[in-house]
Design a protein around this ligand. Structure first.
Ligand SMILES: C[S@@+](CC[C@H](N)C(=O)[O-])C[C@H]1O[C@@H](n2cnc3c(N)ncnc32)[C@H](O)[C@@H]1O
Length: 176
């Protein structure tokens, strides 16, 4: 098994948390990383692909790295969450929390302050992300926009704002 990230700190944390000698953790930039051919049954990524500018290249690379029948499962920040020039909660005229969406069809760089200032992310429309997967030869298995259930909100009330707009997009795709 292979675990990739750009950050040595993240890899160190992953090593601590998994302590599994079967996982080979390596520093790699997903903009340029190459992967062995037909080597994996599953490629999984959590909340990293929206930092990658050349997503079509990465998806083609992952596709050729999967064995036939293999799956790509990943999460990204939802394009509705990323799109706006100044994404933050506002109140509408009724005082309801509202997340702005603007510039949706203008894809590309977005800079926000999140733990550190001026973090660079890449906005892609939902259709663009799905079409990049289809163009690379994937078939789509599942597309989910996370929204908490009533039970989840009862257990963790702060989750309720996740019903106002989607923050996470979860996608499962197959190499046929
Ligand atoms: C929000 S964190 C998610 C970390 C981890 N996957 C998790 O779910 O806890 C985003 C991660 O993407 C990594 N990342 C950002 N750009 C990258 C790139 N070009 N190549 C590889 N990793 C990258 C960062 O180093 C960071 O660890």
């Amino acid at each position: 098994m292979l675990g990739l990230d750009l950050s040595r700190n993240m890899l160190a944390r992953a090593r601590e948390m998994t302590s599994d000698s079967a996982i080979d953790y390596r520093t790699a930039d997903l903009e340029t990383a190459t992967l062995p051919s037909a080597a994996f049954d599953l490629v999984y990524s959590a909340l990293a692909f929206h930092y990658v500018a050349d997503f079509p290249r990465l998806v083609r690379e992952i596709h050729q790295s999967l064995a036939p029948g293999g799956a790509l499962v990943f999460t990204i920040e939802h394009p509705i969450y990323i799109a706006a020039a100044d994404p933050r909660w506002e109140l509408d005229r009724q005082g309801r929390k509202t997340w702005p969406v603007n510039g949706y069809a203008t894809e590309g760089e977005r800079r926000t302050d999140w733990f550190a200032p001026n973090i660079l992310k890449y906005h892609r429309m939902l259709g663009t992300t799905l079409n990049i997967l289809l163009d690379a030869g994937f078939s789509l298995r599942r597309v989910e926009e996370f929204a908490p259930t009533d039970e989840q909100i009862a257990a963790q009330p702060t989750l309720s704002e996740e019903r106002e707009r989607p923050m996470m997009l979860l996608i499962s795709a197959l190499r046929p």
